[in-house]
Design a protein around this ligand. Structure first.
Ligand code: CO
Length: 214
């Protein structure tokens, strides 16, 4: 693809938006109030707004390799804090996807240089759920399951965050959802995780409320 195609596409997109609504960009420039924070994979096939049918201004987005929520990652910490405390998003979504290269790499240990440390938390997910994963005879089904378990564990990582817990205690939001995008069919699947129940199961370890009172 030629670089110029992208700018031609952009001109066409502007024309389409303005044809439908002449003050579209004027309104867009006034600010954002998205209700959703979407955390997904950087994979070029998983186009967040497009697959959800959402428009500019409707979803705050963070993408990284294999949709990781790592507590020492300044980038995602800033994104989540801004989304929760300033945008006051109602929902945080972690969206994994089948055929994820990052998850596949975690299933096949090898020296990947800079990626080794990034993939370490994914390997930890594999270790945490080792018994369940190794009981699955079919390799591809095991790969799919690790994609799902990775989503669950990253949702767990969100509820471990202090300001997310504070917001929960204040008003019950944000709700946390685990999804998987099936790149083989285009379908978006809600894993139906009950994160309040999940939180109660790890509360004695991760509940930071007592720290607030210190
Ligand atoms: Co991926």
């Amino acid at each position: 693809m030629d670089f110029s195609t992208i700018f031609q596409n952009n001109e066409r997109w502007i024309a389409e938006k303005l044809a439908a609504q002449p003050d579209y960009f004027e309104k867009l420039s006034k600010g954002q109030a998205p209700e959703f924070l979407y955390i997904g994979c950087s994979d070029s096939r998983v186009t967040a707004e497009d697959l959800m049918g959402l428009q500019p201004g409707e979803v705050f987005i963070h993408r990284n390799i294999a949709n990781q929520v790592i507590p020492t990652d300044n980038n995602i910490n800033a994104v989540i804090q801004y989304a929760v405390e300033h945008l006051k998003v109602k929902h945080i979504i972690v969206c994994g996807h089948y055929e994820c290269g990052g998850v596949k790499a975690a299933l096949n240990p090898s020296d990947m240089g800079q990626l080794n440390s990034w993939l370490q938390t994914l390997r930890d997910v594999r270790r945490l759920h080792r018994a369940e994963l190794e009981a699955i005879a079919d390799d591809h089904r095991q790969f799919d399951r690790l994609v799902e378990l990775n989503v669950l564990e990253q949702c767990m990582n969100i509820i471990k965050i202090d300001h997310v817990q504070r917001s929960w205690y204040r008003g019950g939001f944000p709700k946390i959802h685990g999804w998987v995008f099936d790149v083989r069919t285009g379908k978006l699947i809600d894993l139906g995780l009950n994160m309040e129940k999940e939180f109660s199961s790890i509360r004695s370890i991760y509940d930071l409320k007592p720290l607030d009172k210190q």
